[in-house]
Design a protein around this ligand. Structure first.
Ligand SMILES: [Zn+2]
Length: 215
């Protein structure tokens, strides 16, 4: 049995993207059956496609891009918690979620993860995400990273001026969006998340896995 759980979304033309963001286009341009030496595909997509990391530059002008992120935040021990219910995730929800005192990286599983099993996939606006009180809780707890199971860490109907992104990215908390946690049991794992080294980019897709820890 593999010790790695892949929690990345499959990137294909069927993957929903944020309304207004570029749709994914993955097409084979060079084709062996049409005389090319090799099969060569072209990918056209936004940098916030699928499972991805947000850089501070996403919401903070002139801040660092994804190529300058500290990868130490994205690799290491993490805790996966599961929050039942609907609506915005608040500080009270996180406070009641038994986050261990030594947790530095927190992944939050919600009902959102079940949507990644839908056929066909579609964009949901009613996803669970962190409100500003939850974002402040993350910063106050000194977490290095927070990961969520939908395409934004902030609710679709955001509070004024998108405080969740501003609070988290302003404090240099690592942010992973678009995790698929449907097959993950809450608990402790080793997180490995490596965003593409896109120079000066506000975000980047990231193959992301959890390593099951030895007993
Ligand atoms: Zn993003």
């Amino acid at each position: 049995m593999s010790r790695l759980i892949d929690i990345s979304l499959p990137v294909s033309n069927a993957l929903p993207t944020w309304p207004g963001d570029p749709a994914v286009s993955l097409e084979r341009e060079g084709k062996i059956e049409e005389g090319s030496v090799a099969n060569v595909s072209r990918l056209n997509a936004g940098v916030h496609t699928g499972t991805h990391v947000d850089a501070p530059l996403h919401f903070i002008p002139n801040d660092i891009g994804v190529d300058q992120l500290d990868l130490d935040k994205f690799v290491g021990l993490c805790q996966v918690i599961e929050l039942a219910g609907e609506g915005r995730i608040t500080a009270a929800d996180l406070e009641g979620a038994s986050v261990a005192a030594d947790t530095e990286r927190l992944l939050i599983k919600t009902r959102n993860s079940a949507w990644w099993q839908e056929q066909p996939l579609r964009f949901h606006t009613e996803f669970r995400a962190l409100d500003s009180t939850a974002a402040r809780w993350v910063v106050t707890r000194g977490l290095k990273l927070v990961g969520v199971d939908y395409l934004s860490v902030e609710p679709f109907e955001a509070e004024e001026n998108h405080p969740t992104h501003g609070i988290l990215l302003g404090a240099r908390v690592g942010v992973i969006e678009g995790l698929d946690l449907h097959a993950v049991t809450p608990g402790r794992y080793r997180l490995i998340c490596l965003p593409l080294k896109l120079v000066g980019s506000d975000g980047a897709p990231a193959r992301t896995v959890l390593e099951v820890l030895e007993d």
